[in-house]
Design a protein around this ligand. Structure first.
Ligand SMILES: [Fe+2]
Ligand SMILES: [Fe+2]
Length: 297
């Protein structure tokens, strides 16, 4: 752990600072993710990393007792969630969280300019950002495969949920930037809590626990950088608004996933979001990630 090296993520920044930070992030992200494989919605370094996991699979010592319970409840909870064992509950929860991310990026990929038509550094950053999110979907899928679930389908949302995700990328930046930042922050807090849940639920499964953590680290390193990057889109007013949005957005989002209340403490996640300053993030993640200059002490 670091000691007070960083300031609050809600620290305000000047226009010049933000401009310089976009240039710095763009340098970082190209190096970090490798070549963008646009047709495949993939990134060279991320793809190689996923392949190295797939080529060295690990398995549960004690397979899931009832995979049907997962398949019955992963799209919509059909059973009483309290009747499910905690591992199954955690896996349906992972799917549901990842599905929201996946639906969100599907809505955005066709709307934002592709790399050939990205003329600003912000557009280029956003294109690579979306490709990284697709890689996260693959890493989450690999977590489920690691737990023996190789028949998972990635299914679009329907109804009002689908509609909301379709509208989001069409909304102008000055309205969309604050909630977009808060969703990245929410992702990071979810992954920190999930990492601790692995220690608890997979205590008797050291190989799978280790692999799940490695897969999650790959995602979390990107998400910490996304928090800084999306923060860099915010001027002082939007930064303030984003702070106000943390409690209602977290509450609304998690209310939709019934597993969350049984596995996590959403109030702790909200407190963590409001107090977020990168100091609590492990060094092994920070050294591969990115933080805006104005959040450094
Ligand atoms: Fe992500
Ligand atoms: Fe992200």
């Amino acid at each position: 752990m670091n000691s007070r090296k960083f300031l609050s993520v809600f620290t305000s920044a000047t226009e010049e600072q933000r401009k310089a930070n976009f240039i710095d992030y763009w340098e970082f992200t190209q190096h970090h993710a490798g070549e963008l494989l646009e047709a495949e919605k993939d990134l060279a370094k991320k793809r190689a990393k996923l392949l190295s996991f797939q080529e060295n699979p690990v398995k549960l010592r004690k397979p899931l007792a009832n995979p049907d319970a997962f398949y019955r409840n992963y799209l919509e909870m059909k059973d009483d969630p309290k009747s499910l064992d905690r591992l199954t509950l955690m896996l349906t929860c992972i799917y549901k969280f990842a599905r929201h991310e996946w639906v969100g990026i599907n809505g955005a990929w066709d709307v934002v300019p592709d790399m050939a038509n990205s003329h600003t550094i912000e557009d280029k950053i956003s294109r690579v950002h979306l490709a990284e999110e697709y890689c996260h979907g693959r890493l989450f899928n690999e977590m489920l495969v690691t737990c023996g679930l190789d028949k998972v389908e990635w299914v679009p949302l329907t109804g009002w949920r689908k509609w909301i995700y379709e509208q989001f990328p069409k909304v102008p930046g000055f309205l969309m930037d604050a909630p977009a930042f808060v969703t990245e922050l929410m992702g990071v807090s979810f992954y920190f809590h999930l990492d601790r849940l692995f220690d608890d639920i997979l205590a008797d499964e050291p190989e799978v626990r280790q692999r799940m953590k490695e897969l999650l680290d790959e995602i979390t390193i990107d998400e910490i950088a996304h928090v800084g990057q999306r923060r860099n889109f915010l001027g002082p007013v939007a930064t303030k608004i984003s702070q106000w949005l943390v409690p209602p957005l977290y509450t609304m989002f998690y209310r939709d996933i019934p597993e969350v209340a049984l596995l996590f403490n959403v109030n702790d996640m909200i407190k963590g979001g409001l107090a977020f300053d990168f100091n609590g993030v492990s060094n092994h993640l920070m050294e591969h990630s990115w933080v805006p200059s104005y959040c450094k002490a």
